[in-house]
Design a protein around this ligand. Structure first.
Ligand code: KG4
Ligand code: ZN
Length: 329
């Protein structure tokens, strides 16, 4: 079955055509990120106005790129939640109108389940289910029990900030810009992860997370050492070195807890496959940590391609295939 996926939950406008939940025939993503950068975060009003302007063109482009005719589309799948209200409405309204005009079924997809499905968007990847799923993005840090792609249960999530959000806030404190994840990863390469003793709270529950404490610890450290937004005048090479150490030390602890809790979930549920998705899954250090842990514990860990870690519509069309097969319109 050929599925058209539409995704507009945050700053992106995305459309994709995927065959049988595997073969990506096209995937187009347009982002309004450039317009938000100066505010240090996504401004919902700007996001949905840009989406209104671009959605028709993006869907058109995805159809043309795929080489299939609109009439060959078996179903339309669209992100229904979670996301920004105005942004979701743009995608949902467009998808509803299109499905109605084509007389095709419409399926509403959970954005986070799409992230969990992203590692499977490669033709030769097959995963033994049940699996433990970890979504680490700018808005979510959640562990799931994935019995099948139509039966996913939440096991734990963050009590406060999301992991990606903590990266974004720490980058802002250190004056490194937005989005924080990629720039912290880059800066951390020249730093020592053992230089500063940060710690990630245990969240008082085995499979929950907490990132606000470590973020605040970075803020106090930056205040004390006059780094980033607390620095006056030019950044000296000494301050650059300390900033690199702070990035490396923060990153090490912020990512380490993801691996520890995922392994704990695998043990609890007696499963040996792990699916990781969301923007933070693009981080090379996270991938290394997981692959090292997997080599010791015998787990199989699956990551999406770097592009499919970010918000896209192929993941929506991909998991949509399994939901469409069940016929839950
Ligand atoms: O999944 P995503 O594109 O959007 C949401 O659904 O939230 O994730 C965006 C988040 C941002 O917080 C960004 O800083 C983070 O993912 N991110 C990273 C990296 N690339 C993006 N975090 C750590 N390391 C990265 N390389
Ligand atoms: Zn996302």
């Amino acid at each position: 079955m050929i599925i058209l996926g539409i995704e507009t939950s945050c700053d992106e406008t995305a459309a994709a055509v995927v065959e049988n939940g595997k073969r990506t025939l096209s995937s187009v993503v347009s982002s309004s990120l450039e317009f938000h950068k100066k505010y240090g975060g996504i401004i919902p009003e700007i996001a949905f106005r840009k989406q209104l302007e671009t959605i028709a063109e993006i869907v058109d482009c995805a159809i043309k790129d795929s080489g299939v005719k609109l009439s060959e589309i078996g179903a339309v799948c669209v992100t229904g939640s979670p996301g920004l209200m105005g942004s979701l409405l743009v995608g949902l309204s467009f998808a509803k109108a299109l499905a109605l005009s084509l007389r095709k079924p419409l399926f509403e997809i959970d954005h986070l389940f799409g992230h969990l499905y992203a590692p499977l968007l490669t033709e030769n990847t097959s995963v033994k289910l049940p699996a433990i799923g970890l979504v680490v993005s700018g808005g979510h840090t959640s562990l799931y029990y994935v019995r099948s792609f139509t039966d996913i249960k939440l096991l734990g999530s963050t009590r406060d900030d999301a992991c990606g959000e903590a990266f974004d806030k720490v980058a802002k404190i250190l004056g490194l810009g937005y989005p924080g994840g990629p720039v912290i990863e880059k800066t951390a390469v020249n730093g020592d992860p053992a230089a500063v003793k940060f710690a990630c709270s245990n969240a008082n529950a085995a499979l929950d997370f907490s990132y606000s404490g470590i973020k605040t610890a970075v803020m106090y450290y930056a205040q004390k050492n006059k780094l980033g937004v607390y620095s006056k005048g030019k950044t000296s090479s000494e301050k650059k070195r300390i900033t690199a150490d702070v990035c490396a030390s923060f990153q090490d602890k912020a990512l380490g807890v993801l691996v520890d809790k995922t392994l704990a979930a695998c043990e609890m549920k007696k499963v040996s496959s792990v699916l990781v998705g969301g923007g933070v899954a693009a981080n090379n250090s996270l991938r290394d940590k997981f692959f090292k842990a997997a080599a010791i514990s015998g787990l199989k860990v699956f990551f999406p391609s770097k592009a499919n870690c970010m918000d896209n519509a192929a993941m929506i069309a991909g998991i949509g295939y399994h939901i469409a097969k069940k016929g839950r319109t």
